[in-house]
Ligand binder design. Structure first.
Ligand code: SF4
Length: 135
């Protein structure tokens, strides 16, 4: 739906995330109960109930496809946390109707061979270098 943020914005988001992760760790250590991750305020209180169900409905795999640029490395299959990608004739195939839409495969494909409908054709790909996949 949108392009990736600038390098500067990415750095800002990542440094803010350290604070958030620390907060989450503290909640876990205290075994806190409740919802501590929802933004407070009028707009989030309206948007969350509207957007979340739409997000859940939209996490479909139907629009993922692979182009001729695919080199058959199988990285997308190995890193997919939803395990919905299987190699078939050295090309990825999405085997289930829905996935987490984490975009790991589309973002990390070394050949930039995965697209999602028309949405991703001219979009950048984001890789969080702090995330390592155990593959
Ligand atoms: S990661 Fe990219 S190049 Fe490798 S198999 Fe998947 S689509 Fe093809």
């Amino acid at each position: 739906m949108s392009d990736i943020p600038s390098e500067r914005k990415q750095q800002k988001l990542l440094s803010n995330s350290k604070i958030k992760v620390e907060e989450i760790i503290q909640h876990l250590k205290r075994a806190d109960r409740g919802n501590y991750s929802t933004n407070k305020g009028f707009l989030p209180s309206i948007m969350t109930p509207l957007v979340y169900p739409m997000y859940k409905l939209s996490c479909k795999t139907k629009k993922f496809y692979v182009t001729d640029k695919c080199i058959g490395c199988s990285l997308c299959e190995r890193i997919c946390p939803s395990k919905v990608i299987e190699m078939n004739d050295e090309k990825p195939k999405w085997t289930q109707e829905k996935c987490a839409h984490c975009l790991a495969g589309i973002s990390r494909c070394p050949a930039k061979a995965i697209e999602y409908g028309k949405s991703t054709k001219r979009r950048g790909r984001y890789i969080n270098t702090k995330v390592n996949f155990m593959i």
